[in-house]
Ligand binder design. Structure first.
Ligand SMILES: Cc1cc2nc3c(=O)[nH]c(=O)nc-3n(C[C@H](O)[C@H](O)[C@H](O)COP(=O)(O)OP(=O)(O)OC[C@H]3O[C@@H](n4cnc5c(N)ncnc54)[C@H](O)[C@@H]3O)c2cc1C
Length: 477
């Protein structure tokens, strides 16, 4: 008889016959009415059935495709047997935030893309299963992080996004005292201030932060490190090591006439003012943001899809994405694009905005654009957009979001002597350890890679924590 504990006895033919079922989602017409999550949780029966579709491939391509290296086949074997806590334990070995990654990872580009069953576009739903077991575990017990015996060492973590939180978790497990310094009013980084609730319920982020606090991690919000309190002051204050997880959250600005018109927003302000409690926003963002009826979002990444989907939920009747290239070159994930399109957003391609025009009330009312053709490939292999002279046309819009990407936060690079940064202001580190050019200072996440993913930032935070632990031990010898 096939023993699901032993992959060599797995009856693959029987497993192949278990039919694919699409992940359960709320209908578009229903979900556009609120900000609740798009995907529905799996039931225990459905989770066990879904896990039983895994072929337990010996080479486990899904594991190789996971930036955290989660043992997906191992966890799925446990789920199949109904041992959900056992599966959650397996995720915990490599992941600080399975509840979050199960929701926000672009699984269709990572583990599910690599799944051999994806050849027929019927991958095992690794993401939904990860979220299911992590939710199950959290419901049984909200607190999972057990601090190790005190090492007597103190570490400062700067930034409370996925990189900082994962680093803090791993350090407290080793018994080091951890203080997280966060410049914003609330912890979580982009988990709190970027990713909208229809992708990730904020209560899940709050529970992770609560778990860390409960384990003894001190999280100081409204505590910016930089000019008034530099990294070197942290070292003088008695922290023996510092981790920099400061992200890359400075929006790229369009240099076109009319960019300052009322009604034209950068994506961070647009998303934060529409998704967050005003109490945790900077003072200038606390008044309500009124979304017009015709919203244009410029850009082709995931942030653009999030802005489109937010605008739909705020009642805009015409929500349009304007992108310079074609859909093939779009950097954002297809899943989010399909969801946005299902919810009523329209994507228009090969369009370059060149000017924002004001209406009689002084607010933006239209965008002058040029059509684009595609030229040769750029350094990243994407074909260059070439605006066509004389192809000018107008797109009417009373709210515009320029979602063109994000750059590094410059404060720490500017205020820390001897810290190597690249031409984009990103920290230069050893990729295996996160060690920077300054002994005792480590970095990871978007602040090193540039804008990337939650899972990569988390994995970088964990790698750096392991290196910090070694650094602290070596300091003793
Ligand atoms: C709108 C949006 C949607 C996204 N959606 C997804 C998604 O669906 N899936 C996915 O995988 N990824 C998504 N991402 C990307 C993901 O959120 C980031 O890659 C990830 O959060 C990076 O983590 P981090 O810890 O490096 O940085 P961040 O999450 O940016 O956290 C950095 C933290 O450092 C703080 N900080 C900065 N400077 C200082 C300082 N000097 N002193 C103290 N604190 C400081 C910041 O306030 C911030 O809280 C999205 C990003 C955005 C913007």
């Amino acid at each position: 008889m096939a023993d699901p504990q032993n992959p060599t006895t797995i009856d693959r033919k029987a497993r192949i016959k278990i039919p694919y079922e699409a992940p359960p989602a709320r209908p578009a017409a229903e979900r556009v009415k609120d900000f609740r999550e798009t995907f529905l949780p799996l039931t225990p029966e459905r989770a066990m059935r879904e896990a039983g579709r895994c072929l337990q491939c010996p080479m486990a391509p899904c594991v190789k495709a996971c930036p955290a290296g989660n043992d997906i086949p191992g966890a799925l074997r446990k789920i199949e047997q109904g041992d959900f806590l056992g599966a959650a334990k397996i995720y915990r070995r490599t992941s600080t935030m399975a509840q979050i990654c199960g929701r926000v990872c672009p699984h269709e580009q990572l583990c599910q893309c690599a799944c051999v069953r994806n050849k027929n576009h019927e991958p095992v739903l690794c993401g939904a299963l990860e979220a299911f077991v992590a939710d199950f575990e959290r419901a049984q017990n909200p607190f999972h992080i057990q601090p190790g015996p005190s090492s007597g060492k103190r570490v400062a973590v700067v930034g409370s996004g996925p990189a900082g939180l994962a680093c803090a978790e791993q350090l407290i497990l080793q018994g080091h005292a951890v203080t997280v310094f966060e410049s914003a009013s609330a912890a979580g980084g982009m988990l709190t201030y970027g990713i909208p609730e229809f992708k990730l319920d904020q209560s899940i982020v709050d529970l992770l932060i609560e778990d860390l606090r409960h384990a003894g991690v001190e999280i100081r919000t409204g505590a910016a490190i930089g000019k008034s309190h530099p990294v070197d002051a942290l070292l003088r204050d008695g922290y023996q090591a510092v981790f920099l997880g400061t992200g890359a959250s400075i929006p790229t600005c369009m240099q076109v006439p009319g960019i300052d018109l009322p009604g034209v927003f950068p994506p961070d302000e647009f998303l934060a003012r529409l998704n967050n409690d005003p109490a945790i926003l900077p003072e200038g963002w606390r008044q309500p943001l009124t979304v017009g009826s015709r919203v244009a979002v410029i850009g082709g990444g995931d942030t653009a899809s999030d802005c489109l989907r937010t605008a739909v939920r705020k009642g805009a009747s015409q929500v349009t994405c304007l992108y310079r290239r074609t859909e093939t070159e779009m950097p954002g994930g297809k899943k989010d694009r399909l969801l946005a399109a299902e919810e009523g957003a329209e994507y228009r391609f090969q369009i370059q905005p060149i000017r924002f025009l004001a209406g009689s009330d002084g607010r933006v009312s239209a965008i002058e654009c040029l059509k684009c053709e595609l030229g040769d490939c750029d350094a990243e292999g994407r074909r260059r957009p070439i605006p066509v002279d004389g192809s000018n046309f107008i797109v009417e819009a009373d709210t515009v979001v320029c979602a063109l990407g994000y750059g590094a936060n410059p404060e720490i690079g500017r205020t820390t002597r001897g810290l190597a940064i690249d031409k984009n202001g990103l920290f230069q580190t050893d990729p295996l350890t996160g060690a920077t050019s300054r002994p005792g200072i480590f970095a990871g996440g978007d602040a090193v890679s540039g804008p990337d993913l939650v899972v990569s930032a988390m994995a970088a935070g964990r790698r750096a924590a392991a290196a910090i632990d070694r650094f602290l031990h070596n300091a003793d010898t």
